[in-house]
Design a protein around this ligand. Structure first.
Ligand code: SAM
Length: 587
């Protein structure tokens, strides 16, 4: 047969997929002698795709692959025979008791790191395992081969910092050879400090995807968060990865409240011209990283904050095992993602296993239990024995990770049942349930707790007034509009109990009012954050700050135009108190 368009000779492979009583007849058209379309590669890719479809759709059920093909091509014939073997469902040692199939392996190459990120490592570093106890190049490749033989299709190298390991290239080359045995993707997570020059060779050796950690686009903040210099090197590595067309370049940004949460908006802007995927990771508790629930910014809050500036984001489709909730600012080249390990954990679809730098298998990032595969390798145990030990570890994997069983559980971590219980307590506390009369709530029995509320809002101006404001010409009449509005918001917040009849007077410990111009909306946007340590919340104080700041903008701009509208004033989040944390969710 000949391709209708190119007239190149082609062959047809007809095959049948059988699952229980369903039969699916498939035909695959392959070029036979077109060098640009190597038939073996085409068939291989096709089979990989079919395998993934089958693995995701058909759980443990048996299914068969039957094929016949043109007798003229012996190579294809052989490949199809191999395919029957290759397309077997993922083997049982990698399937746990919750039927999760672990086809993704993360290998830590080293404990060493050339940065000291405050949320990850103490300033003095971590105690290092003696070199002779770390996995050698050959041991890493041997374990990788065993895992791939059992159904692992994705391997990611991590650390510590993988680029500090001198045999990195050799390891990736070795992994590259496993691609003919079922490995589909080799990835690496790096801080990017020593990466740029190495990248072309790593890509050539088989590196497919790259995650680069970068928590801020501010050079000074980078120095504070990593306790090292090197901001430009990281940006250089990201640009290089894009330049040489690494398949998927992702930026990992751990978001910590009060440290770099303001960077989220800058990163969203960064995706305009950078075709990378920026993923915001909820700050997780690890040994000694002094994690506090109030420092963790739930992804929903981040989403709201970004949407309040960039408008509604486009929701992109997430893959089944993807830990990222993917979005995009419409029209931007890059993407945004949220990794909600804390507020919306993805344990149910977890497909990951880990090997530590000293060769232990870890079935959960948060679990302590580790089994040494290195010892088995060094005792010259058979492959079957090692696979059996891996299988035993996988079967011991718990349903959920340990971090979500923390002693202080914020409300966003409660089960739907627990949440319903709390919400059934919702009622109008400022009126007497019997008489309906107004009253101030008695709070003397309540415990003091750290409380915070954030409220946002905007004032939309006609374009002429907006332009004047942007040029800051209005200040020639009445002073700098945004500065005055900011002070007004702070002052008003402190007066809340004077103005709202049933509000308790509170000793506020922190008030921050931010105002900025949004060109697209022709508006002034406002976000106020208020904190106290006390018995009642500060939502009213945050709303008061935002309302008054926006009223002040109105007052100062009304000479230019009265066609201004104050809109969307609302609380976006609150923390503390008996009911815990709450975030605005777009319904
Ligand atoms: N050195 C490499 C790097 O910086 O990307 C790889 C190792 S690093 C431990 C792997 C990833 O874990 C990084 O993206 C890092 O930001 C993330 N990470 C470390 N500590 C974290 C924490 N407490 N919460 C959330 N993510 C964290």
């Amino acid at each position: 047969m000949f391709n209708h368009y190119s007239q190149a000779p082609i062959c047809i492979i007809n095959y049948t997929l059988k699952h229980r009583n369903s039969i699916c007849m498939c035909s695959l058209l392959l070029p036979t002698d077109d060098k640009a379309h190597n038939p073996e590669t085409c068939l291989y890719r096709h089979l990989v795709t079919m395998t993934n479809i089958l693995r995701s759709g058909i759980q443990k059920s048996p299914w068969k692959f039957l094929a016949s093909c043109s007798k003229t091509n012996r190579n294809l014939h052989g490949l199809i025979q191999n395919a029957q073997e290759y397309l077997k469902p993922i083997s049982s040692p990698l399937v746990d008791t919750f039927n999760r199939k672990h086809n993704y392996l993360r290998i830590s190459l080293t404990e060493k790191c050339n940065l000291r990120c405050t949320y990850c490592m103490p300033a003095e570093g971590v105690p290092l395992t003696p070199k002779e106890n770390l996995l050698t190049t050959d041991e890493i490749l041997k374990l990788a081969r065993l895992f791939v033989s059992q159904g692992t299709t994705k391997i990611r190298l991590t650390g510590g910092e993988p680029t500090v390991r001198p045999d990195l290239l050799e390891i990736i080359q070795g992994l590259g050879e496993l691609k003919s045995q079922g490995l589909e993707s080799i990835g690496m997570t790096s801080n990017g400090i020593a990466l740029k020059r190495k990248l072309p060779a790593l890509k050539k050796a088989g590196l497919d995807t790259l995650n680069i950690s970068l928590d801020t686009l501010d050079r000074d903040m980078f120095g504070i968060m990593t306790r090292r210099q090197g901001f430009d090197k990281v940006l250089g590595a990201i640009d290089e990865a894009v330049r040489i067309n690494v398949e998927r370049v992702k930026i990992n940004c751990v978001v910590i409240r009060g440290t770099n949460d303001d960077q989220v908006l800058h990163f969203a802007g960064y995706t305009k011209d950078h075709p990378v995927n920026v993923r915001f990771i909820e700050y997780m508790p690890f040994d000694g990283n002094r994690w506090k629930s109030e420092k963790m910014v739930p992804y929903r809050e981040l989403l709201t904050r970004i949407e309040s500036i960039y408008g509604k984001l486009t929701k992109l489709t997430d893959d089944k095992n993807d830990t990222t909730k993917a979005y995009q600012v419409p029209g931007y080249q890059g993407k945004l993602g949220f990794i909600s390990s804390m507020t919306d954990h993805f344990c149910d679809t977890c497909n990951r296993l880990r090997i530590t730098a000293d060769g232990s298998i870890k079935v959960c990032l948060f679990g302590n239990s580790e089994v040494s595969l290195r010892d088995l390798l060094r005792q010259d145990q058979s492959d079957e024995k090692i696979v059996q030990v891996i299988g035993n570890a996988v079967r011991r994997k718990k349903r959920k990770h340990a971090a979500i069983a923390l002693s202080v559980v914020p409300s966003f971590l409660l089960s739907p049942l627990q949440r319903r219980h709390y919400s059934s307590q919702n009622r109008l506390t400022h009126t007497d349930p019997k008489t309906g009369e107004a009253r101030m709530v008695a709070v003397e029995g309540k415990k003091d707790s750290q409380r915070e509320a954030r409220a946002v809002g905007r004032i939309v101006l006609p374009s002429e007034a907006f332009k004047l404001l942007k040029k800051n010409e209005i200040h020639t009449l009445k002073g700098n509009v945004l500065v005055v509005a900011q002070i007004a918001g702070i002052q008003a917040s402190k007066q809340t109990s004077q103005l709202i009849p049933l509000c308790h007077p509170l000793a506020l410990t922190f008030i921050n009012v931010n105002l900025w111009l949004d060109d697209e909306k022709s508006s002034v946007e406002c976000e106020s954050t208020v904190r106290t340590v006390g018995k009642t919340g500060v939502e009213m104080e945050a709303l008061m700050a935002t309302s008054t700041a926006l009223l002040t903008v109105y007052d100062m701009c009304k000479a230019a135009s009265k066609y201004m509208v104050i809109q969307d004033i609302h609380v976006v989040s609150k923390e503390g108190g008996k009911s815990g944390s709450w975030q605005w969710e777009n319904k």
